[in-house]
Design a protein around this ligand. Sequence first.
Ligand code: IMP
Length: 424
Amino acid sequence: MPATVILGAQWGDEGKGKITDLFSESADLVVRYQGGNNAGHTIVVEGERYALSLIPSGVLYPSVTPVIGNGCVVDPKVLLDEMDALAARGIDPGRVRVSANAHLIMPYHRKLDAVMERYLGGQRIGTTKRGIGPAYMDKFSRFGIRVQDLFDPKIFRQKLEVALREKNQILTRVYNQLPLDLDEIADEYLGYAPRILPHVTDTSLLVWEALRDGETVLFEGAQGTLLDVDHGTYPFVTSSNPTAGGACTGVGIGPGALDRIIGVAKAYISRVGTGPFPTELHDEIGEKMVQIGGEFGTVTGRRRRCGWLDAVALRYAVRVNGLTELALTKLDVLSHFETLKIAVAYDSLGERHTEFPRQQRVLYNCVPVYEELDGWVADITGVRRYEDLPAAARRYVERVEELAGVPVTTVSVGPGRDATLFRS
Ligand code: IMP
């Protein structure tokens, strides 16, 4: 698996952290290519729970170089806090590499994220309020301040001055907030610089050299396909490209370099924040999924909305990412249901849709067309070979791959590393 992308095939929270962690064991580099500390990876190693939001989960392996690519947005305080937390648990964060071209999340981004959401009221996106959207806004309006700017105090202050002039106008005049102080921000951020400098490098070159030398590189997507700013359920999306193409732009490698693209999908589906969700369950089945699946956000603690697996959306994820395979997680959560459903089409505005609708109006009116499958109602958390799963569980997995059109090569039946079934 020289260059493998692992990404979310749904709305995030598919259990990518665990799958990435499993593949990291044989990786040399684990690279994040988009997003920031809006992501939440929970990994359970020998009963210990690690929650990371910015640093790639590969950091848990001493042989892995964890890389934060140029497509990411970096909150320097979060980066340092995560490194300190890892060090406190005996994990050396010294190998973490950060792109000089990644953009910084600034205090005004966090503040704007919060006030913009408040301003949107009923139309709010339900962001993580970590400043992600406003940081990407500045990147694309070419107002952004990058990691490399931290190491030139004069340039940093100049850029901050320009940015603050505009941000303070917006904060005070549009949102009725107090202005932010240039010296305070400059002192705080330039104070982080000496600790961050040793980690900063040309990560595109680093990854390219690794691939050239035959090393194994894992690209770790955050969020998920349906949260992609271009291919997701816009505007209820994040501000970056979690889809596979994002791995190229967010790191600086060519598309031909990617060998394997693994989509991680939960055996059911969940979403945090607002936005359309055709298979959402508002009944006791949905509530049972939340409780049994522990569906509360790693980053914000928010309750996730849950529903049956959506094969229309899954096929869409296969297409827009060019998925070569799927990893199906949390199959054990479905052990508690006698009958299972999978959406195979949508009915909307008098038409049947078998492809994911491009129009928001159609998506909002979707009524899923379900196929029913028998449940297995047995504890599968101790199963360690795919063949040992109950027949109904195997049937479910095999139906998912039939509907998706790509093989399910990995099945997860519990949070631990060992609770994973590999299929050739
Ligand atoms: P933002 O990324 O904080 O701007 O939030 C935009 C949308 O993406 C909101 O609906 C968030 O709930 C969602 N989102 C962001 N990060 C994650 C994640 O890691 N998992 C699931 N949803 C996320």
